[in-house]
Design a binder for this molecule. Structure first.
Ligand code: PLP
Length: 310
């Protein structure tokens, strides 16, 4: 349902055939709006001095039907490869964005990726490469815009894609040895996806703020902390937090941090991708064949569908 309108999915499937992907742009808009409004609410409530920005991770879905509604609601973007930045370039050239939009560039900086970042920056896009390894420090040492740096925090989360596999970024010890980094404005981390417990997300922010304090000693331009993705979609009913409860805790930790002698109030960025996108689409298949399962398994039926999986 959208307002008082009701979509008839069966009718769409009959009209267009299956398999059929249906997108609900108004859900994308609602979710981005809820996120931004909630952050701004608690920022006001705690009289917090920093600002909130949402950056949409392009890897979640790159179709324009998904991206344009996000942009409409004030989302910025995050890319992980030259391919994704190429899509941003095409949309930008079609005058789809206003020029205040900001793009954060993660991922390995290939020649092609670096060239594209520089080209878009020269055309006036606010584009921030995130440095992930030592060799990138040299690559961006004369860059005219802001840069970010990625830390591989030591907190453990019980998430999908966690520390056992994730190897992007510098350890906090390595960062402590870096000293000044040219035009450093953003500290970035991403501790995992589908994080079931708010405590893990809060623990990561606290460790991130320790690293932030340490980096600011030699990098006074550093003013933003980017907490990455991780907001879980409740596929298996394991999630123990809501947007309201989590955002309140995040802003509360930030404002406690900012109230301490010598600290500033960092701007906060999040990149909660699947939280925004997962409920805004469905795929409709036709059942081609079905068989009873008689050997006592939990599932009772075996379906073959017109979408190459079962
Ligand atoms: C995958 C990824 C995200 C999005 O994660 P979700 O779990 O979808 O919120 C955000 N930032 C980075 C750097 C990522 O790699």
């Amino acid at each position: 349902n959208e307002g008082n309108y009701q979509y008839n999915i069966a009718e769409l499937a009959e009209k267009y055939g299956t398999s059929l992907e249906v997108v609900f742009p108004f859900i994308i808009e609602q979710r981005v709006e809820e996120l931004i409004t909630t952050f701004n609410h608690y920022i006001k409530h705690y009289k917090y001095k920093g600002k909130f920005y949402f950056h949409y991770p392009m890897k979640v879905n790159q179709n324009r039907e998904f991206i344009l509604p996000l942009i409409t609601e004030g989302a910025n973007l995050e890319t992980a490869s030259a391919n994704e930045l190429w899509i941003v370039k095409r949309l930008w050239e079609q005058h789809r964005f206003n020029s205040r939009i900001k793009v954060i560039c993660n991922g390995p900086k290939t020649e092609q990726y670096i060239t594209l970042i520089r080209e878009l920056r020269d055309q006036g896009l606010d584009i921030v490469p995130i440095i992930e390894e030592h060799k990138e420090l040299e690559q961006w040492s004369r860059y005219k815009g802001e840069v970010g740096i990625r830390v591989n925090l030591s907190v453990k989360t019980s998430s999908h894609w966690d520390k056992r596999t994730e190897q992007f970024g510098f350890s906090p010890t390595q960062l402590a040895e870096l000293g000044r980094v040219h035009n450093l404005a953003i500290l970035h981390y991403h501790v995992g996806s589908q994080i079931p417990h708010a405590n893990d997300i809060i623990a990561a922010l606290k460790e991130g703020l320790d690293v932030f304090t340490m980096l600011r000693k030699s990098n006074p331009r550093l003013d933003t902390i980017n907490i990455g993705g991780g907001f879980a979609v409740n596929y298996e009913k394991k999630k123990t937090y809501t947007v309201q409860s989590l955002v309140q805790r995040l802003v509360s930790v930030l404002s406690q941090y900012a109230s301490m002698e010598g600290n500033v109030a960092p701007h906060i960025i999040c990149e909660w991708g699947r939280h925004i996108m997962a409920p805004a689409q469905m795929t409709v298949y036709k059942v081609l064949m079905q068989k009873e399962i008689t050997n006592g398994a939990a599932a009772k039926k075996w379906y073959i569908i017109d979408g190459s999986f079962m």
